[in-house]
Design a protein around this ligand. Sequence first.
Ligand SMILES: [Mn+2]
Length: 366
Amino acid sequence: MRTRIAERLRTGERFVILSHVDPDGDALGTALGLAWILREAGKDTEVGISGPVPRIYRFLPGVEDLVLEPGNVRRGADAIVVVDTTSPSRLGAFSGLLDRGVAVINVDHHADNARYGDVDWVDPSAAAASLMIQEMASAEGLAIPREAATNLYVGILTDTGRFTFSNADARALGAAADLANRGANPREVAVHLYEGRSIPGARLLGRALETLDVREGGRVACLHVTVDMLRETGALPEDTDGFSTWARTLDGVQVGLFFRETDEGSVKVSFRSNEGVDARRGSGGSLLPRDRRGLGEGEFSIERRSRDRWRGRPIRRGRASPRLRSPGFGPDRESERGGPPRRRGASPKYRRLRPLAWSPSTSRGD
Ligand SMILES: [Mn+2]
């Protein structure tokens, strides 16, 4: 399959590369990395992604040339390459491009990939889609310029949790070493990704840590952030990236949950679990991931139903977590803690949990 795809890339002249909405390091790294490889081979390439691009990724080589609106993608291509994307709906506004009669090449590492391409190359054993591109280019003799190496390195680094998840195996590290040899600079990347934390974000983290709620005999830790906290600290929603990891990595904790109230009145839930704990099952048939295998990592939104009451659905148990409720927002919190965080006096209530974005596991990332 890898050889077949490399052949199509070699013979075509013009390519459009797409990846998922709310792009992360692997979505951007894979798409931009492949674009640099194709450009190096003399191909005409455009990369389309529905933004916004998080601030920390704006240093990536080629990010300034991203096409953010599908209407700005030029017509005509030999193939559309979709990377790191489980299904066309995850392309947001760009999903319509797949109906143009152009061949679709689907390159992904998520086990629950919907196999929507004319050619599907899905490798769930790969830690990152960026790793797949690095391996294809190396094996098929496609040159990886320095700009591509930096992008692909970022994809591997972020999808392995800085080489801390269980997918941080010799294969991922070997690819990273190869990319460093080709000009990726680990120190420079680390500065951009991890050392530019905002001051308002630090204040918000302080507020969030004050909400720490440890449950289930210490196995589940929850943090939350309200709209008021965001406003009071001046932090941005993207400053909450990694808050669920803060909860998960506490001593003895198996599942970390992070709840963020949004301006639209819903609550976004992120969770991370340790290996062997499946935190992804929901109750009421609503918090159901597409893929039940493996461990938990993902995001869901809880929609508010009325101002009076929650039917906030708990995220239900994996082996280690019998039953959870929406902490900080649900009625039991109110009774236990003397009142939930409120927004303008309204007691929030959620109708159902709806999958927003899904990653198969801590070991796979998105
Ligand atoms: Mn990925």
